[in-house]
Ligand binder design. Structure first.
Ligand code: SF4
Length: 276
């Protein structure tokens, strides 16, 4: 796969879920969040918000870093003090109480159930590497950049590539994300069988392995192409007339959920901000 630097629309699972939320997440869906996050992200007030991890993001990042640390030295998991050692390396003492407690639980869980131990790990991400290198994909007469940050890639004994995504919190796994990973693998490793799965570091629940037929991969690729195109068109529309922000990225009509939105302090549609 050739990676080019020329500009083109982009897509990712994350962008996909900002268009169509996962089952069970519909309540929180708001197109305007995407507008702030993707299109107005360089405005100083919005950049300042985006530079601060939410509690959920912080827990996810530190949990991932914890797993990474456990596997930097194979002997570490044999050390009875390894949870404390990893906690220190993550500087958990500097985190809020809720983040500290939940990440410590993740570390404890992982020490008791180190799911990657003995696996032939090809790639294990720390989670703070920044944007992954995009793939250039062409589908439905549109070229777009596909971003997919893979947490972990290991080789099963039968030679199958296994893409593992770490989760925290209570959200269900989203099958679409598994398909995006498998689409990525089909470009990066075209001759290798691949499966994807999710492992929740808090509940210690591992999903069934997900596979995808060529038809399913084509479908997800077309879906990503449509999303890339639509998001790009909306971005251009906003650039031409920024006063239409609220029409291009309509707010969720139920403003009761604005209270939990990271953009409520800058959002003119947040009833919560007005009444606070
Ligand atoms: S504050 Fe409310 S309307 Fe504004 S972006 Fe957030 S959820 Fe949407």
């Amino acid at each position: 796969m050739v990676v080019r630097s020329r500009w083109m629309p982009f897509a990712s699972f994350s962008l996909m879920s900002e268009f169509v939320p996962a089952v069970g997440q519909e309540y929180w869906h708001c197109d305007m969040k995407r507008g702030f996050q993707r299109v107005r992200k360089k405005e100083p007030a919005i950049a300042a918000i985006l530079n601060q991890d939410t509690t959920v993001q912080r827990i996810g990042l530190l949990a991932q870093q914890g797993v990474y640390e456990f596997h930097q030295d194979d002997r570490l998991l044999d050390d009875v003090n390894c949870v404390n050692r990893v906690a220190r390396s993550l500087k958990l003492e500097d985190e809020s109480l809720v983040v500290r407690e939940r990440v410590l639980q993740v570390l404890d869980n992982y020490y008791n159930q180190p799911v990657l131990r003995g696996k032939k790990i090809l790639k294990l991400s720390r989670g703070d590497e920044g944007m992954p290198t995009p793939l250039e994909v062409r589908a439905d007469n549109l070229s777009f950049k596909l971003f997919a940050a893979i947490d972990c890639l290991f080789l099963e004994e039968n030679g199958t590539l296994h893409i593992l995504d770490f989760k925290t919190g209570k959200s269900d796994f989203d099958l679409r994300q598994g398909y995006v990973y498998l689409l990525t693998a089909s470009y990066l490793y075209p001759n290798q069988r691949a499966v994807a799965s999710f492992y929740n570091l808090e509940s210690c629940k591992w999903s069934e392995p997900i596979t995808a037929s060529p038809l399913q991969l084509n479908a997800i690729q077309s879906n990503l192409a449509r999303i890339a195109q639509k998001h790009d068109a909306q971005t251009q529309q906003y650039r031409k007339n920024s006063t239409e922000f609220g029409q291009i990225f309509p707010p969720n009509p139920d403003q009761s959920r604005c209270k939990h939105c990271q953009f409520h302090s800058v959002c003119n549609f947040s009833a919560w901000e007005v009444s606070a």
